[in-house]
Design a protein. Structure first.
Length: 222
């Protein structure tokens, strides 16, 4: 099986038959909202591989453990840099409804990755997290707007991705780090040297498949 995550998006009728399984991003349309408006997006190879795994072994132990992570391929795609990704939103809502993960705003994440959002005051976020349970909807909206204002002056994060990081953090069970934070910490810890990178990837994969945890609490980042 080949997962070609960097490949351009294909339509189903463009796919040629081959002797091996070759997964590429596939164009898809989903209906969203009360008016069932159609939105187009791409089903990435990670999501396709997860669907195949669920079909082959729907009650498999590893399939169940890794299910919360099927959105990370979509999260990593560049489509979130320009607009809302309808496929990512649809999958995220499905995982939330079935109880695979919780979707929470940033102040409800116990330990979000530091440095992930340029311009964000970590001290201000910690203060906000303490009073967050006592605030009503309007107070929360105003507090979040004040918290994120400095982030808007930094070009590193697009508006759609910033909105996702603010309101749609993915938490699994009692993990202190949301999935986006875990992915960010893995990227930060990845060694530059090729040999060290391969060893890091192998160790990470063994841990992930064995425990269902992408980033363990207290894992070294240097």
């Amino acid at each position: 099986m080949v997962l070609d995550v960097e490949e351009a998006t294909w339509s189903v009728d463009e796919l040629a038959s081959s002797e091996h399984l070759h997964l590429v991003p596939l164009m898809a349309t989903v209906e969203m909202g009360a008016k069932h408006r159609a939105f187009s997006g791409a089903i990435d190879p990670v999501l396709q591989a997860a669907a195949l795994a669920a079909f082959i072994a729907p009650n498999g132990r590893r399939v169940r453990k890794l299910r919360p992570f099927i959105t990370l391929g979509l999260w990593s795609r560049s489509s979130l840099e320009t607009n809302m990704d309808p496929i990512h939103t649809t999958v995220l809502n499905h995982l939330k409804e079935e109880g695979t993960l919780r979707v929470v705003p940033l102040p409800e994440v116990p330990s979000p990755a530091a440095g992930m959002m340029s311009g964000l005051s970590e001290r201000q976020l910690k203060r906000l997290a303490k009073v967050w349970p006592t605030m009503d909807v309007d107070q929360r909206s105003m507090a979040i707007s004040e918290l994120l204002l400095p982030c808007l002056t930094h070009p590193e994060l697009s508006t759609p991705r910033l909105e996702e990081l603010t309101w749609h953090r993915m938490l699994v069970g009692d993990d202190r780090h949301d999935l986006a934070s875990q992915l960010y910490m893995v990227k930060q810890a990845w060694p530059e040297a090729a040999d060290a990178g391969r060893l890091f990837a192998s160790t990470l994969l063994d841990q992930w498949l064995g425990t269902g945890r992408f980033w363990a609490e207290g894992q070294a980042t240097d």
